[in-house]
Design a protein around this ligand. Structure first.
Ligand SMILES: Cc1cc2nc3c(=O)[nH]c(=O)nc-3n(C[C@H](O)[C@H](O)[C@H](O)COP(=O)(O)OP(=O)(O)OC[C@H]3O[C@@H](n4cnc5c(N)ncnc54)[C@H](O)[C@@H]3O)c2cc1C
Ligand SMILES: NC(=O)c1ccc[n+]([C@@H]2O[C@H](COP(=O)([O-])OP(=O)(O)OC[C@H]3O[C@@H](n4cnc5c(N)ncnc54)[C@H](O)[C@@H]3O)[C@@H](O)[C@H]2O)c1
Length: 487
């Protein structure tokens, strides 16, 4: 096998590369970056926009749109500042801000970044065509046949799932795409699904002036501590949204495509809205990427090892990174996998030993122990590691400590009438943290302190010497540790 720095002009003319990356979202770009940094010849294939769902219809536009909503809510929590907030949000300014952050859905900047790495960018649909082979079909029907000496990385992301409900096609529902790229505010918006997309979209569109109904079968944010979903539901209700837990949509009717949509719920009641959005989970974009040509099942999530190699494929050449491996459907976690897998490919290509023991350079150990996540709702919900219930289920001997943020003067000074809660889950055998959850205004920037403590397994005896500044929201740490010590 040839080592790194093996791509020559002739190789590229022949479509021969060290590494081929399918999908130029944030994750694919990170694989390409690391592989190029190690001197490998890289081809990147993208069928839509370089930058992926995250840049144009997910993280970036949603946070660009949510920020003005939260900024106004924050100001309204401070006596004196509140009086200065008059009127409604300027939707022109809000949508203009979003358009700037998504570069008007023009990917030339990110495409230039990929080529600046020294990677070749192929525009078109990439499909595996047997081991180490990829075919790219462009919109204009042109075809490129590529081969990979060392690795193919599948970074094709995920798409929204629409449940099989009568009338779905007629209802022309919004998904995360319309929820983030629309520039008109529906007077009434029904949002179905109480996960991350549902709660953020409900916060956003209610804040922009829609009358939002959030329909969730189960309590909100089921993967976080229960109090997170409860406080977020309270916040939405306070903002004027109609939050219905235990609601199930049975049928949809929209006889006039320009008219309202009627939702019939399982209890027989009806709800009329101007748009309905489904935020009911994701499916992997693996149905049409040639998985069957390498013995895998089209449409499946891809099982991977700690270096992100796909299980059940001979020869250590096929990697799956980001949403497609279903480890953690988060950009930052996918990028971490991309960096780790890119480094592992380079080590394997050079014949160097792998450092894939837990927390090694070629191991994605944080995927199991220290995944951080923030929902940018009002209040924000932020968590890292295991919830109390997950920790017990994983067999740990634990103690959970809960503190109300009003204990911290920094929180009270940050927002009058601050409402929020924190929990830390302690591993009693090792006296380190397994997980931490913060819910409250401004907690998103507090989360990284907890992520460092969980990932680095900082002993609690040492953590008590990490002093939070007075008077900041971070003072919550002092009260969590004191509550733990009190027993
Ligand atoms: C509304 C919403 C908000 C979110 N907010 C956040 C957030 O705040 N923070 C966070 O961490 N995560 C957030 N997420 C999750 C985040 O968007 C995903 O985890 C992230 O986009 C995954 O990155 P990826 O590169 O794996 O996939 P994607 O971003 O989906 O990129 C995959 C790329 O592959 C391309 N592709 C697919 N198939 C092929 C093929 N056959 N050939 C060539 N190219 C192909 C696609 O066109 C796409 O460009 C959010 C998700 C949604 C829906
Ligand atoms: N800020 C962030 O980090 C952020 C924001 C949004 C999304 N994301 C990530 O993107 C991914 C996708 O989010 P999502 O909210 O689409 O999926 P999800 O799987 O997190 O939540 C979907 C919800 O819809 C419910 N549901 C499923 N079918 C339903 C039906 N027929 N009727 C009513 N409810 C139904 C499920 O019970 C679940 O609670 C998640 O992994 C999430 O973490 C992250």
């Amino acid at each position: 096998m040839r080592g790194p720095m093996s791509d020559t002009h002739a190789d590229r003319e022949n479509g021969s590369y060290d590494v081929i990356v399918l999908g130029a979202g944030p994750v694919g770009q990170n694989v390409a970056d690391r592989a190029r940094a190690a001197g490998l010849g890289v081809a990147v294939v993208e069928r839509e926009l370089v930058g992926g769902e995250c840049s144009y219809w997910a993280c970036v536009p949603s946070k660009a749109l949510l920020r003005p909503v939260i900024a106004v809510a924050d100001a309204r929590r401070v006596d004196g500042a509140r009086e200065a907030v008059t009127g409604r949000l300027g939707t022109g300014g809000v949508f203009g801000r979003r358009n700037r952050y998504v570069t008007d859905w023009d990917d030339s900047g990110q495409a230039a970044f990929v080529t600046s790495l020294g990677a070749d960018l192929f525009r078109g649909l990439g499909r595996l065509d047997g081991p180490r082979r990829v075919t790219v079909t462009g919109d204009d029907g042109t075809t490129h046949h590529l081969t990979a000496r060392h690795a193919v990385a599948l970074a094709t992301g995920s798409r929204p799932v629409l449940p099989d409900i009568p009338g779905m096609a007629e209802a022309r529902p919004w998904t995360n795409r319309q929820g983030t790229d629309s520039s008109t505010v529906p007077a009434r918006l029904a949002v179905v699904g109480g996960g991350g997309v549902g709660v953020e979209m409900a916060t956003l569109w209610q804040g922009l002036g829609s009358q939002v109904s959030l329909l969730a079968r189960r309590p909100l944010l089921p993967r976080m501590e229960p109090f997170a979903g409860e406080l977020v539901a309270d916040g939405l209700a306070k903002a004027g949204a109609d939050v219905r837990i235990g609601a199930e949509v049975a049928a949809l009717h929209r006889p006039d495509p320009r008219g309202p949509v009627t939702l019939t719920l399982a209890d027989g009641s009806r709800l009329e809205a101007d748009e309905v959005m489904f935020a009911t989970g994701r499916a992997p974009r693996t149905d049409d990427i040639g998985l069957e040509t390498v013995g895998l099942t089209p449409g499946s999530w891809l099982d991977v090892d700690t270096t992100c190699l796909v299980a059940g494929v001979e020869g250590a050449w096929l990697y799956a990174v980001g949403d497609v491996n279903h480890r953690a459907l988060l950009t930052h976690q996918g990028k971490y996998q991309g960096r780790t897998a890119g480094d592992a490919m380079a080590a394997r290509a050079a014949g160097r030993p792998l450092d894939d023991a837990p927390w090694g350079d070629h191991a994605t150990t944080a995927d199991q122990h220290a995944v951080p996540q923030v929902f940018f709702t009002d209040p924000e919900a932020a968590a890292v590691g295991l919830s109390a219930e997950q920790a017990v289920r994983a067999g740990h001997r634990t103690k959970s400590v809960d503190v109300d943020f009003t204990a911290a003067q920094g929180a009270n000074l940050y927002a009058d009438g601050y409402r929020g809660k924190a929990r830390m889950v302690v591993d009693l055998d090792r006296e380190v943290l397994l997980g931490v959850t913060f819910v409250g205004p401004g907690v998103s920037e507090l989360l990284h302190s907890a992520t460092v403590a969980v990932a680095a397994e900082v002993p609690l005896k040492r953590l008590r010497h990490a002093i939070a500044c007075f008077p900041t929201v971070s003072e919550i740490w002092l009260f969590l540790l004191a509550a733990y010590e009190r027993g």
